[in-house]
Design a protein around this ligand. Structure first.
Ligand code: FES
Ligand code: MG
Length: 571
């Protein structure tokens, strides 16, 4: 930690008044006003970048976690300084949290760069906060380590185990189908999310936490520790100590999150049957470092990567069970022959060394052996074809294989408003064999790619017992949802992608085996329809909305902003 040759702590990036001595004198004076001793102010600084907010239930225990990180930093000889960034509480943002992920990433990047710190702990957890922090940290490229909120614990309703938010959907579907009454749904509402921490299943937050560990940005075993467990506080303390060890080292995000590390992360994502949203986020993080998430390569990996983890929404267990079963280290050990073992991690160990050091005991009900997997092939596939030239994503692990090789008639909804207005109309012309198509819910639409791809089963079919149908859109789906749902169709409809050309009654062919998604309409007809597309009417915009409209990229590029991608530019 010897920093004598380079400015460190408060001396970093001194404000330019043309007189460095004056700048340091002023900075120390203002820092002293917070009650620090001179001795403390001479230490290197570990920033604790966190997203606690009254609008983020998942992060409610952050004050306690921050205290524990500080303890670790102080014990290792540096000065911890916490600072907030904007927060993205998944269910509190309109029109959708994804719209603001890039804003948070910019906040993280610029505040890590602008403020005097020698290393940074990134404390996040809810779906978009971990990718936003990793994107920002990748671009700032200061030594960084991720700490997450950890998953919520489950609760009970009439003897049944409940955890956000797969059970939220299950009960709501039963309520819609008339199987659950008002009184019961009220009781369930009170019990679905009853502790701090992130959603209790392998949704987006848990998936991103697991991938941060797989990428090497977290200590081994850190992803799955429950939010309320004392082990999480100990992990926070340890994270603070490791952050100090990063100071002056070359263990920067760009050296840890390499192209090989992203391949490892994709393997783990497939083995988890993890969230489709993670494909977007991994593409965005990789794009910050000049890497591309290749969907064809993901398809090839999906053929050779088994699903090993039996967690909801695709299986039956919860994150707290994964922790008790051995956590991500147990998963990594099963994947060992498929991983790049020489990847460096924040602790200085290689991934291979971590796997060798992982505890031997595993609960096989939750983490299956590679020789006896939950499924022989990976949880996600990318589909291509004239309906999705730049790809679409299907979480086959959460879908009904009986619907995989099908041709269907399109029942088209032109917007979210149209969907809401007509989906439950008793007069809607729809059968269980039809394909429900939602347009104009992609990244360039006004809706900004919400988790609306989980189109509800039309009420009249739901009441008749229909549980799944093929659904196709340019939207996303919650990581806690399930069904035969084709998402992230790119380019999206609002940007004039082929999805915009689908009309009621068209035939669409889905083949998961061939990775195809085809609109069975001839090219002349499609060209004529394209001619007839109304010109895009845009309202005049300002502020972040304007930046978003000008810069937003498609799903295959992670929905990042064009000007934020690529390697860092010095100066
Ligand atoms: Fe924060 Fe689900 S709402 S993780
Ligand atoms: Mg979610």
């Amino acid at each position: 930690m010897s920093q004598d040759d380079k400015p460190h702590g408060l001396r970093r990036g001194l404000t330019n008044y043309g007189d460095r001595g004056f700048s340091l004198y002023l900075r120390r004076s203002f820092a002293s006003s917070m009650g620090y001793s001179r001795q403390m102010l001479e230490r290197p600084i570990v920033g604790i970048c966190h997203s606690a907010s009254g609008f983020n239930n998942c992060h409610r225990h952050f004050p306690e976690l921050i205290e524990a990180v500080k303890r670790g930093v102080l014990a290792a000889g540096a000065l911890p300084v916490e600072f907030p960034t904007i927060s993205l509480g998944e269910v509190f943002l309109e029109p959708t949290s994804l719209k603001f992920r890039n804003l948070m990433a910019m906040d993280v990047e610029e505040m890590v760069r602008a403020q005097p710190m020698d290393a940074v702990v990134l404390l996040g957890g809810c779906d978009k906060t971990v990718p936003a922090q990793l994107m920002g940290a990748a671009s700032a490229d200061l030594p960084a380590i991720q700490l997450v909120a950890g998953p919520m614990s489950t609760s009970r309703h009439r003897g049944e185990r409940l955890g956000a938010c797969t059970d939220c959907r299950r009960f709501w579907a039963r309520y819609r189908a008339g199987e659950v009454d008002d009184e019961q749904i009220d009781a369930v509402e009170q019990r679905l999310a009853s502790t701090s921490g992130t959603c209790a299943v392998m949704g987006t937050a848990s998936t991103m936490a697991s991938l941060a560990e797989a990428l090497g940005m977290m200590p081994a075993g850190a992803a799955a520790i429950p939010a309320v467990d004392a082990d999480r506080l100990r992990m926070a303390e340890e994270t603070g100590r490791i952050a100090v060890s990063l100071i002056g080292s070359d263990r920067r995000p760009s050296r840890i999150m390499t192209a090989k590390a992203f391949e490892n992360a994709v393997r783990v994502l497939l083995a988890l049957g993890g969230s489709t949203n993670a494909v977007v986020h991994l593409a965005a993080i990789a794009g910050r470092l000049g890497h591309r998430l290749d969907l064809d390569a993901m398809n090839a990996m999906s053929e050779t990567t088994p699903v090993l983890v039996d967690l909801k929404p695709t299986g039956s267990a919860y994150m707290e069970d994964l922790y008790a079963a051995g956590g991500i280290p147990a998963v990594l050990r099963e994947l060992r022959p498929l991983l790049h073992l020489d990847c460096l991690t924040v602790t200085g160990e290689t991934l291979g060394e971590r796997i060798d050091a992982a505890p031997a005991w595993v609960d096989r009900a939750v983490v299956h052996a590679a020789v006896a997997p939950v499924r022989p092939t990976g949880g996600l596939v990318a589909l291509f074809g004239n309906l999705a030239p730049r790809g679409a994503i299907l979480k086959r692990a959460a879908a009904d294989p009986a619907l995989f090789e099908r041709e269907g008639r399109a029942v088209v909804f032109t917007s979210l408003a149209d969907l809401a207005a007509r989906i439950d109309d008793p007069a809607l012309d729809v059968t269980p064999e039809d394909f429900l198509v939602l347009q104009n819910a992609g990244p360039t639409s006004e809706a900004a790619m919400p988790e609306a791809g989980y189109l509800p089963i039309p009420a009249k079919l739901a009441r008749a017992g229909v549980k799944d149908m093929v659904r196709i859109s340019d939207a996303r789906m919650s990581g806690t949802a399930y069904g035969t749902i084709v998402l992230h169709v790119a380019p999206d409809a609002a940007s004039g992608g082929p999805l915009a050309l689908v009309r009621d009654g068209d035939r669409i062919r889905l083949s998961v085996a061939e990775r195809r998604l085809e609109l069975l309409v001839d090219d002349e007809e499609l060209a004529a329809r394209r001619e007839g597309l109304p010109p895009r009417a845009r309202k005049p915009t300002r502020g972040y909305q304007r930046l978003y409209e000008e810069q937003i990229l498609q799903a295959d590029e992670g929905c990042d902003f064009g000007f934020l991608r690529g390697l860092k530019v010095e100066g």
